[in-house]
Design a protein around this ligand. Structure first.
Ligand code: SF4
Ligand code: SF4
Length: 236
């Protein structure tokens, strides 16, 4: 069995990727393939988490960052959970993503991050449009038998639960909101939706942008404190 040891002098990814509390100080890969065996993406377009780990242990950061390999991962975490050596595989992949020039981030992820930072949601939806949609969906629900007194509680201080939203629920899948709200209503849940910074999907996590990720988390923490809430519902 080949054991890969790190070359810390050349791998900036290895040096800067946050380690897990359970990890040993020095990551050693046994090449056992446990990570690859459980990964749902292994084999797709040459992807293999073991290959990624061994690339950074060998100091092949630039090659990894230039490739599309880091972007194929779903960040599901199965590999990291299964790795007998406790290697921080997700952090390694996220750190590699963070080293990619932002204009080379694939798909809509970076655009969503920029819009999220600027407007509080990944769609760039203005506040008045958001409240119009939300209240309109709420009115439709109140037309149903048993929900006549339903109203969407926006910015309700002292409620129990903060309901953050996945942007697609506001954009194209309003009916899923209604399912949630019916459950809340029947269960007499005390909940609220923030009128600003309501996005619950943190694309800073997916794009490897730690500063953006922290900003999005801070916004939710601010809602929890300002509205004196004790429970958080996260859409992902
Ligand atoms: S986190 Fe990524 S590499 Fe690990 S199992 Fe999931 S998809 Fe595969
Ligand atoms: S499970 Fe851990 S030790 Fe085994 S090949 Fe993957 S990264 Fe290396």
């Amino acid at each position: 069995m080949e054991i890969c040891t790190p070359d810390n002098t050349t791998s900036s990814i290895l040096q800067s990727a946050p380690r897990r509390p359970v990890d040993s100080p020095t990551p050693l890969c046994l090449s056992c393939g446990t990570c690859s065996a459980g990964c749902p993406i292994t084999g797709q377009s040459g992807f293999d988490p073991r290959k990624i780990v061994q690339m950074v242990l060998a100091g092949r950061d630039k090659e990894l960052v230039k490739s599309n390999l880091p972007w194929l991962c779903t960040l599901c975490g199965k590999c990291e959970y299964a790795c007998p050596m406790g290697i921080n595989i997700i952090s390694i992949i996220r750190t590699a993503r963070g080293l990619v020039d932002r204009d080379k981030v694939p798909g809509q992820i970076h655009k969503g991050v920029e819009l999220g930072l600027k407007t509080g949601n990944n769609l760039g939806l203005p506040q008045e449009d958001f409240t119009f949609i939300i209240e309109d969906v709420g009115e439709e629900l109140s037309a149903e038998s048993g929900f006549e007194d339903f109203m969407v509680p926006i910015d309700k201080k002292g409620a129990r639960m903060l309901h953050t939203l996945h942007n697609k629920l506001v954009n194209t899948q309003n009916e899923d909101l209604v399912h949630w709200w019916k459950i809340f209503h029947v269960a007499s849940e005390s909940w609220t939706i923030p009128s600003v910074n309501w996005e619950g999907v943190n694309w800073g996590l997916f794009s490897g942008d730690n500063d953006a990720m922290k900003t999005f988390v801070d916004r939710i923490a601010h809602h929890m404190q300002a509205l004196e809430l004790s429970c958080l519902m996260y859409p992902e």
